[in-house]
Write a protein that binds this ligand. Structure first.
Ligand code: HEM
Length: 171
């Protein structure tokens, strides 16, 4: 990893860090919105509004979420490679890298493929003919993502566990 490291000057480090923190914040905000829409879909009393909530989930969530996740990943990579932190030099960065990759993979491999069914469920619900789609599993996307992003934020601020000695020595 060191072979492609470079030094970010002060201005670029600040610009990249600001973009990194904004993208992480946007990602968390989108997750909160997902939790609200899932809550309205489950517990709402008006079927038309519940149907709209599911359709909004299916239409507006995946791409903004993936975009903010990828911007967070890209700026994180630049910050890691362009500063003393490295990518695998400190546990807090290495773990955040793993968590970011895991979440982006889950968005593409698990969340996105189920969205058509959720949208169809919303349309049917609003039309008064709810189909058999299991929407109870919609608990997991916001719960898993919000928990993971909270852990990543705590790691970023606390920077625990020091250097990855074994990984560093192996290189
Ligand atoms: C998983 C989602 C992520 C979240 C929520 C997140 C959050 C944050 C936050 C809030 C900061 C500012 C901390 C501070 O200034 O005290 C930060 C800094 C940082 N992040 Fe992330 N991050 C994420 C992913 C990543 C990834 C994937 C990498 C690297 C591969 C990374 C590398 C860094 C580095 C190196 C800094 C310190 C930059 C500096 O001080 O110049 N982050 N992150």
């Amino acid at each position: 990893m060191n072979s492609i490291s470079f030094v970010l000057n002060r201005t670029w480090r600040r610009i990249t860090l600001i973009t990194h923190v904004i993208s992480a914040g946007a990602w968390i905000g989108i997750d909160v919105m997902v939790a609200v829409l899932v809550g309205v879909g489950w517990f709402g009393t008006d079927t038309e509004i519940r149907g709209l909530a599911y359709r909004a989930l299916a239409t507006f969530v995946v791409w903004p979420m993936l975009t903010s996740g990828l911007i967070c990943l890209a700026t994180g990579l630049v910050l890691g490679l362009g500063t003393k932190w490295g990518l695998l030099r400190y546990w807090w960065v290495a773990v955040k890298l793993g968590l970011n990759l895991l979440l982006c993979t889950l968005i593409v491999a698990v969340l996105q493929p189920g969205m058509d069914a959720v949208g169809g469920y919303g349309r049917d619900l609003a039309g008064g003919t709810a189909n058999a789609t299991d929407v109870s599993s919609l608990f997991f996307p916001p719960a898993v993502s919000l928990t993971t992003l909270t852990i990543a934020t705590v790691l970023a601020v606390v920077k625990p566990w020091g250097r990855t000695r074994s990984l560093t020595r192996a290189r």
